[in-house]
Design a protein around this ligand. Structure first.
Ligand code: COA
Ligand code: AMP
Length: 629
């Protein structure tokens, strides 16, 4: 079958398409229908089906006689650790941990926050929650205590599962003090915490509240899978919006199973038993979907890699992993390849390894620049495939599916719409724009199975953030074009979200932290072009009248407070003190113009001398810190 036929088979009868796809899942009760519009615009899929996610990821493979096959390969260059878990071992560990959680009171619908590094116990914790029908919410380890606190406050977890520390190339990152601080900051307190003690740094436990991972499960053995409804939430994953309050994206159980399972053969072109490696982090959506769930649903071996593309120990680490574990499919963010290319421009490290098992490289998480795609294809000699999606969708909206007679690849475009997604480019008034015209990218409702039905405890915010601007459509927050042959190109965000090293961050949230500083009157944070990370945040701050401290001291303080309040992952290293910020007549800060100056792009010179002077001041301030680069 070719791409066009599969897309039109979906478009002509979505209900039939998804009911057919649902057959690849083992249901306790097969759903009588796919789409349920009774709570429109909160669409539900497979809502009367009964199913369990953990059963489909683990138990069913063991029951099918595949228990001795590897489910997880853990490879950690930062610790030197390597291990494997078969499906049978994964079942034993998951069932035991689920039993212990259940004995401690965790029930279907309860929330459990997971704040863990890239270790197998993170996956065991996620699956154990799924086994009980409890809703997990994984928080990325690079976030600071306040970000964790906001998520605890919103999700109100009964329990938190954490690791004692993470390991970054710069050293050991103690997680437990961050967890303790977050619990202190939050009004909601979990009933208990389970802490996995890593030997690199053991954490101090709070008597009566914290339990050590092994002690916690000492008296437990196994626990069955609890069936849930197809529309029940599997997890909440918080993602950046325009403010400091992150959005709690809900992932519905049935649609998630069906859509992810569909993508493994049809989109990624893998078969059961193949080794699949998503070099991301379990804290991000790519990690949820393609480190943990989809490969396990499809009976693949998934690789859990605790390291970086460079520096752990060198830019050959990816190729060593490919050779050693016979990786068929690699999925990562373009920034990882930019880092490798910068350290190993001729690809000398690639030549040291046998990477003949590799069939394809998939890139997502940020715009894949043509240079990086060309370099990777030339050096790896496999198809390099861009694809576009978001936390909200959980799986690709646009791409080049490998499971069908492949459409021609156009470098610079993220590809063609996948079944489930009718994508249009809309103008400011909501009119559909013609080919190659730049506008807001929107998806016709309903979104397909597995995508967010709403935000956790925030139906109104869901409507205002995604559905209100273009009635009948989901607004993606990305701008781009569609060419006459239907290829979609993603150009930029239309909101205050930036993408730093494949991590989605809110400049609005950073501005909120900056304005908390007692000496700061106002500020603006913009995401400036960066050769390695794609974008990095730069803050402009105006001081209160009468403040006569050295600006450098204030700059250092704000850099530190973003690190403490949002986390090191924000990569916020540059703050500049300026006298004034450029504004429109109505007082809106001209962030777009400042960004053009920082990126060295052309911008419109303002009409008045005063406005022009402000821009010159911004230009001079940027020059001092080396921008445009
Ligand atoms: N726990 C604690 N700290 C973390 C962390 C974690 N899980 N992940 C990142 N950090 C810290 C880093 O140590 C760094 O701290 P520093 O300021 O003290 O150096 C900071 O957050 C920024 O991290 P990062 O943006 O990852 O930059 P880097 O310089 O360490 O590495 C790359 C740069 C490009 C090599 C790296 O970003 C990378 O591998 N990216 C792959 C992208 C990816 O996985 N994206 C996920 C979506 S697909
Ligand atoms: P996240 O929700 O963290 O996965 O980030 C989603 C955002 O990352 C999208 O809205 C885009 O802005 C950006 N993004 C993801 N994949 C791509 C891609 N292939 N090309 C361009 N931008 C992308």
């Amino acid at each position: 079958m070719d791409y066009k036929s599969i897309y039109s088979s979906w478009k002509s009868d979505p209900e039939r398409f998804w009911m057919e796809a649902a057959k690849a899942i083992d249901w306790v009760k097969f759903p009588s229908h796919a789409l349920n519009e009774s709570r429109k615009p909160f669409y539900q899929w497979f809502s009367d089906g009964e199913v369990n996610t953990c059963y489909n990821a683990v138990d069913r493979h063991v029951e099918a006689g595949l228990g001795t096959k590897d489910a997880i390969i853990y490879d950690s260059p930062v610790t030197g650790g390597k291990s494997k878990l078969t499906f049978k071992e994964l079942l034993e560990q998951t069932s035991k941990f689920a039993s212990a959680l259940h004995r401690s009171g965790v029930q279907k619908g309860d929330r459990v926050i997971i704040y863990m590094p890239m270790i197998p116990e993170a996956i065991v914790s996620m699956l154990a929650c799924a086994r009980l029908g409890a809703i997990h919410s994984v928080v990325f380890g690079g976030f600071a205590a306040k970000e964790l606190a906001v998520r605890i406050e919103d999700a109100k977890p009964r329990a938190i599962v954490s690791g004692s520390c993470g390991i970054e190339p710069s050293g050991v990152v103690p997680y437990k003090p961050l967890l303790d601080k977050a619990i202190e900051l939050s009004n909601h307190k979990p009933e208990f915490c389970v802490v996995y003690q890593r030997k690199q740094l053991e954490a101090q436990l709070v008597l009566g509240r914290d339990f050590e991972w092994n002690d916690f499960q000492k008296r437990s053995s196994e626990h069955p899978c609890h069936p849930v409804l197809g529309s029940d939430p599997l997890y909440i994953l918080y993602t950046s919006g325009t403010t400091g309050q992150p959005k709690g994206v809900i992932r519905p159980t049935g649609g998630h199973l069906v859509s992810l399972m569909w993508t493994m053969r049809n989109f990624y072109g893998v078969d059961p038993g193949d080794v699949f490696w998503a070099a991301s982090d379990v804290g991000w959506v790519v990690g949820h979907s393609y480190i943990v769930y989809a490969p396990l649903f499809a009976g693949n071996t998934t690789v859990l890699f605790e390291g970086k593309p460079v520096g752990t120990p060198d830019p050959g680490t990816f190729w060593r992993v490919v050779q050693e574990h016979k990786i068929k499919t690699l999925f990562t963010a373009p920034t990882a390849f930019r880092a490798i290319k910068r350290s190993d421009p001729n690809g000398d490290y690639i030549k040291k390894f046998d990477i003949s098992s590799l069939r394809a490289l998939f890139l997502a998480g940020e715009r894949a620049d043509p240079d990086t795609i060309k370099w990777a294809s030339e050096k790896l000699k496999v198809p390099v495939i861009d694809h576009w999606w978001q936390t909200e969708t959980g799986f690709p909206m646009v791409g080049y599916p490998l499971g069908f007679k492949s459409p021609e690849v156009k470098i610079g475009s993220a590809g063609l719409p996948m079944p489930g997604f009718q994508i249009e480019v809309l103008g400011d008034d909501g009119e559909s724009l013609g080919a190659d015209m730049l506008g807001s990218i929107a998806v016709k409702l309903p979104l397909p199975p597995g995508t967010l039905p709403t935000l956790w405890n925030a139906d109104e915010r869901f409507k205002s953030a995604y559905l209100s601007r273009f009635p009948g459509y989901y607004e993606t927050g990305d701008a781009g074009t569609i060419d006459p042959e239907g290829y979609v190109s993603i150009m930029a965000r239309t909101d205050d979200v930036i993408n730093t090293a494949g991590h989605r961050l809110s400049t609005g949230a950073m501005e909120e932290v900056l304005t908390e500083h007692p000496d700061i009157a106002e500020c603006a944070v913009i995401g400036v072009k960066d050769e390695l990370k794609g974008q990095i945040p730069i803050g402009f701050i105006c001081l209160n009248a009468g403040v006569n401290r050295e600006p450098s001291g204030i700059m250092e303080e704000v850099v530190q407070s973003i690190r403490e309040k949002i986390g090191p992952v924000a990569s916020f290293k540059i703050a500049i003190v300026v006298d004034r910020l450029p504004k429109t007549r109505s007082g809106k800060i001209l962030r777009g113009t400042m960004l053009k100056i920082a990126n060295g792009d052309e911008f419109k010179t303002p009409a008045t001398i005063d406005d022009a002077t402000i821009l010159i001041e911004i230009e001079q301030a940027l020059e001092k810190v080396g921008y445009p680069q």
